[in-house]
Design a protein around this ligand. Structure first.
Ligand SMILES: Nc1ncnc2c1ncn2[C@@H]1O[C@H](COP(=O)(O)OP(=O)(O)OP(=O)(O)O)[C@@H](O)[C@H]1O
Ligand SMILES: [Mg+2]
Length: 251
C-alpha cells in the first residue's frame, strides 16, 4: 500500500485553477522531492495531502485512508503526518522541551514520563539536546527549525511533509537542517519535500517531481531529471535555477 496516493487532484481558488490534474504516489520509505517555479502549486499540493486545503476534485489516500472522503476522521490521519513549514511556528512562551512535549501530551495523551523520554530522544536526534531549556527566541533560525522537526518527529509520524524548510534561513544555517533531513531519509522515513535545494534533491531524493502551472511535467530518479530532462520546460527551469548567481554591480 502506498503511503500517499493522489489521483486526479484539482484545486481552484475561485477562478484560478492551481492544481490541474495531479496523479502521484509515494511509497513507504521513499523520499520524493517536488521542484518547480514559484506559483506552480507545490505548497498547495502538499497542503491538500493533510487537507489544509480542500481539493476541488480528485481523491487522496494516506496509508489507505481516503482523506477526501467526507466521513474521514481527518484529525486521526493528521496525527500520522508531520508537517514542517518555512516558518517554524514554535510557541514563543514555551521552552524547546515544552514545545516538543505539548502535543504528545494533549493530542496523543502520552504520560509525562513517556513524553519526556520521547522529547529527549528527538532533541538528541536533531542535535539540540543541550538547548532543551532554551526559549525559541534564544535559538538561531536553524536551531528553531530543528526544534520544529523534533516536535513533528515526537508525534511518531508515518510520513513527513516539508515545505521549503530551509528557505527562511541564512545560507550558513541551511546545511544543519538539511543534515537532519538527510539522516531522517537514511532511517527510512517517508518524506515528501518541496525544496529549492537542488543539490539536496539530487543527493537524497529517490524521485524528483517537476511541477509547472499546476501539473507534473515530469518525474523520475534525480540522475534522470537533473542529468537528462526529457521536457523542455524542465530543462529551462533547471537552467535558470542551476545557473550560478551573477553578482550584480551596486547601483
Ligand atoms: N489561499 C489561497 N487563495 C488564493 N490563491 C491562492 C491561495 N493559496 C495559493 N494561491 C495561489 O495558488 C498558486 C499556487 O500557489 P502555491 O503556494 O501552491 O505555489 P508554490 O509552487 O508553492 O510557489 P512558491 O515556490 O512561491 O512557494 C499561486 O498563484 C497562489 O497565488
Ligand atoms: Mg510554496
Amino acid at each position: 500500500m502506498s503511503t500517499i496516493e493522489i489521483e486526479g487532484l484539482h484545486k481552484s481558488f475561485g477562478a484560478l485553477e492551481v492544481l490541474r490534474g495531479i496523479d502521484l504516489a509515494v511509497e513507504p520509505g521513499e523520499v520524493v522531492c517536488v521542484i518547480g517555479p514559484s506559483g506552480s502549486g507545490k505548497s498547495t499540493l502538499l497542503r491538500c495531502v493533510n487537507l489544509l486545503e480542500q481539493p476541488t476534485a480528485g481523491t487522496i489516500r494516506v496509508a489507505g485512508v481516503e482523506v477526501t472522503d467526507p466521513d474521514c476522521d481527518i484529525d486521526a490521519v493528521r496525527r500520522g503526518i508531520g508537517m514542517v513549514f518555512q516558518q517554524f511556528n514554535l510557541f514563543g512562551h514555551l521552552t524547546v522541551r515544552e514545545n516538543v512535549t505539548i502535543a504528545q501530551r494533549r493530542v496523543l495523551k502520552r504520560g509525562r514520563a513517556e513524553a519526556d523520554r520521547i522529547t529527549a530522544e528527538n532533541l538528541r536526534r536533531v542535535g539540540l539536546a543541550e538547548k532543551a531549556a532554551a526559549y525559541p527566541a534564544q535559538l538561531s533560525g536553524g536551531q528553531q527549525q530543528r526544534a520544529a522537526i523534533a516536535r513533528s518527529l515526537a508525534m511518531s509520524p508515518r510520513l513527513m511533509l516539508f515545505d521549503e524548510p530551509t528557505s527562511a534561513l541564512d545560507p550558513e544555517l541551511v546545511g544543519e537542517v538539511l543534515a537532519v533531513m538527510r539522516a531522517l531519509a537514511g532511517e527510512g522515513m517517508t518524506m515528501l519535500v518541496v525544496t529549492h535545494e537542488m543539490a539536496f534533491a539530487r543527493e537524497v531524493a529517490n524521485r524528483v517531481v517537476f511541477m509547472d502551472a499546476g501539473v507534473i511535467v515530469e518525474q523520475g530518479p534525480p540522475a534522470e531529471v537533473f542529468g537528462r530532462p526529457r521536457e523542455e520546460r524542465t530543462r529551462e527551469f533547471l537552467h535558470r535555477v542551476l545557473e550560478p548567481t551573477r553578482v550584480r554591480p551596486a547601483d
